[in-house]
Design a protein around this ligand. Structure first.
Ligand code: ADP
Ligand code: MG
Length: 697
């Protein structure tokens, strides 16, 4: 139950004065619909208005408050001529100017010979002082005053700063004093103020400095949020660990046999990851482990070893990939090993229908199929497993936390659910890893299989496209393969496609019969046929629209051409580049760009030329883009932060993690006085689902 203290904050914003249905609609988009959402909506700017008694040239650019006596209205006939009102400020002339001004409204707001306080930007125009469209006009007789400092909020069309500011000020009047949930030593060390004071201070800035994320009140609020997030993750992790899982120890019958079948020796990093996983499987708690390894680091082998250890215990395993193409690729890569070990696999994707599907489901339910490889289809309602012990999820960043949890449900309850291994090729900066995957244990594969040649990366102006296309003839003669990735047009899939098809036509003219195309609008068998033709060498150039379709392993691929590379994020560019130079041949990556480039775009292309280290690239990406964008907030399972900007407060994340672990170590059930305050914090940041992980509920 949400603590009563917080009730006023979780009321609908519609309960505030001046917030009607129209404004509610806009608030829903801009801030969220509760009073608390307005509290979290922090100012992005500040207007300072000095009180000015005399009009002086010095004030020309200032924000001023003036007392005026209206003298004369000049109504305008034409729309183009502004409506002007002459005023007097202690004997000096000031003109108020309104474009498209409504006469009746202005006459009522600024009646002749009355005193008004007017705030706005004072300018000099043709020797006359004027204010165009004042921000505020108040009657001096009202006790209302115009504040000297006014916060400026991020807005959306249809809401003025004035309207939003008023609503937020009201929302602030509901902010209660809350018990302190932070460690007092930390508060003292960081010189932080209490929560309520911090909120009030943040909304009443008195200078630009108060707007910086580094300002103490903002830091405090950001830390509160990060701490709530880490507590929630830690509670989830602890509850997972507490859940009895099944013990799936290795007896070596399959895992040792497969080592002899592999054409290469496992790298040190692969072996390390495998042994960490093996220990998790052996232990009798449920595994939730993330394997992080750059593209081409050999995660598939780690998956294979994990699956085999589960199978050594008579359990089944499922391997889930984000797309059908990737699922099929896993099947093709792994099936030969499974076959030689006498194990039966199946492909289960959305495409499998009717009788064939029924037959597969029956075998899964009976346990005659040992390993199921597929897409989301693996975990649909009606799919039953005889005894699912392990789920491996490849390319985690495309799956949400909920899907991850849905998997656990497919195991036999009496055996303690399903061990989960998640693999991601997106190197994640430490800060993000802690917030996005803090509930998981992490293994890192930081070494690539030997013999990889570096990929030569260049940025080339799009004007040189013809020369580049002609030059590909040499590569084609050597039977090498070329990916050609077409511009990413966010707004429209259609033009995306058109661009790719145009490019295919263009390349076809140069290399008849050797160009394939793959894009999201193709049916899956068409996609597969296109991929197959490219793999086999029937086509040597593959034009592709999206990142997903090229997330595949074709050892002969040596050239990656990315058109309009300036439109791609660093992580995507890195992923794409990772597709070439896998087969021992040197790779080339050509980043075609259309100038002029913005600073960020330039920086991205530069980093791509300078390094192939996914972790370095990820850190740079975080710096350039910000956290939400980096992983695609929703897809990644990365929590949305209301206040904390991860790229600016990385150090706080680490403190919050340690703090959360230490605290829950001492008070796992949130029973102490601070524990109670911590509960309030979790509710405040809507991380209360974590409360359910408590044994006492
Ligand atoms: P990713 O981590 O991107 O999923 P993969 O598992 O697809 O990487 O491996 C990339 C390539 O490296 C594959 O062709 C795979 O067969 C090969 N590979 C994996 N492990 C090793 C190793 N230890 N030695 C040599 N090649 C390896
Ligand atoms: Mg992979």
């Amino acid at each position: 139950m949400r603590p009563e203290l917080l009730f006023p904050l979780f009321k609908s914003a519609e309960s505030l004065k001046g917030v009607g249905p129209r404004m509610m609609g806009l608030l829903r988009k801009l801030t969220g619909e509760h009073v608390i959402d307005l509290v979290w909506h922090l100012p992005s700017g500040i207007v300072t208005r000095q009180k000015i008694d005399h009009l002086l040239p010095d004030y020309v650019t200032g924000q001023v408050i003036v007392t005026v006596t209206t003298r004369k209205h000049h109504p305008s006939r034409s729309r183009r001529v502004p409506y002007k009102i002459d005023c007097d400020v202690n004997g000096e002339a000031l003109t108020l100017t309104f474009f498209n001004g409504r006469e009746d409204y202005l006459k009522q707001k600024l009646p002749l010979d009355k005193q008004r306080i007017v705030a706005g930007k004072l300018e000099e125009y043709g020797g006359v002082y004027q204010i165009t469209h004042p921000d505020h006009i108040l009657d001096v007789n009202d006790h209302a005053d115009i504040s000297i400092h006014e916060p400026v909020y991020p807005l959306t069309g249809g809401i003025t700063n004035n309207m939003l500011g008023k609503a937020i000020q009201q929302a602030l009047s509901f902010v209660p004093v809350l018990p302190e949930w932070q460690d007092p030593t930390l508060i003292t060390r960081e010189k932080w103020i209490d929560w309520k004071t911090a909120v009030m201070t943040v909304h009443n800035p008195t200078g630009e400095k108060d707007l910086e994320p580094e300002s103490l009140p903002r830091q405090r609020l950001a830390y509160d949020e990060l701490f709530a997030n880490q507590l929630a993750l830690e509670l989830a992790r602890r509850s997972m660990k507490r859940k009895k899982g099944r013990s799936l120890p290795s007896n070596g019958t399959l895992t040792e046999a497969v080592i002899d079948l592999l054409p290469f020796a496992l790298t040190g990093a692969q072996r390390r990851a495998i042994s960490e996983i093996s220990a998790d499987l052996t232990a009798n708690y449920r595994m939730l482990r993330l394997v992080q390894g750059d593209v081409g680091s050999g995660k598939t082998m780690v998956a294979l070893m994990t699956i085999l250890q589960a199978l050594e215990n008579g359990a089944q395993a499922a391997l889930m990939a984000p797309t059908e193409i990737l699922a099929r690729q896993h099947l093709e890569g792994l099936d030969p090993y499974f076959k030689q070990l006498g194990l039966k696999t199946t492909l289960l994707t959305g495409r499998l229908k009717g009788k064939k599907r029924a037959a597969v489901l029956q075998e899964l339910a009976e346990g005659t199929i040992h390993v199921a490889i597929g897409t989301h289809a693996l975990f649909q309602e009606d799919v039953q497993y005889h005894d699912l012990g392990l789920a491996v999820i490849d390319e985690q960043h495309r799956f949400g936390v909920h899907q991850r949890l849905a998997l656990s449900a497919k195991g036999k309850p009496e055996t303690g659910g399903v061990d989960v291994l998640v693999m991601t090729a997106t190197p994640i900066p430490r800060t993000l890893a802690l917030t996005a995957y803090g509930d998981m244990d992490v293994s890192i594969i930081d070494e690539k299989p030997p013999g990889r040649k570096p990929v030569d990366t260049r940025a080339i102006e799009i004007e040189r496209l013809d020369a580049l296309a002609t030059g590909l003839g040499r590569k084609i003669a050597e039977n090498e393969r070329i990916y050609w990735v077409c511009p990413l047009v966010e707004e429209s899939e259609v033009s995306d496609l058109a661009a790719a098809e145009d490019r295919k036509t263009y390349l076809e003219a140069l290399y008849p019969g050797q160009v394939g195309i793959v894009h999201g609008k193709l049916k899956s068998d068409e996609k597969e046929a296109a991929m197959e033709a490219f793999k086999s060498g029937e086509t040597q150039i593959l034009v592709a629209t999206t990142v997903i379709e090229v997330g595949v392993d074709v050892p002969e691929a040596t050239v990656m051409i990315i058109e309009h590379a300036e439109r791609f994020g660093l992580a995507q560019l890195h992923q794409l580049r990772g597709r070439v130079g896998r087969g021992g041949l040197a790779g080339n990556c050509l980043l075609l760009y259309a100038g002029p480039l913005g600073e960020t775009q330039k920086a991205r292309l530069k980093i791509m030329r300078e390094t192939e280290d996914g972790f370095v690239i990820a850190e740079e990406d975080l710096r350039l883009r910000g956290a939400g964008e980096l992983l695609g907030t929703r897809q990644s399972g990365l929590p949305e932060f209301k206040i904390a900007e991860l790229e600016k407060c990385g150090h706080l994340v680490t403190i919050a993690r340690d703090d959360a672990r230490l605290f829950l170590e001492k008070d796992p059930e949130l029973q102490s006085k601070r524990g109670n305050a911590v509960r309030t914090l979790l509710y405040l940041f809507e991380r209360d689902s974590a409360i359910h992980y408590l044994r006492s509920g």
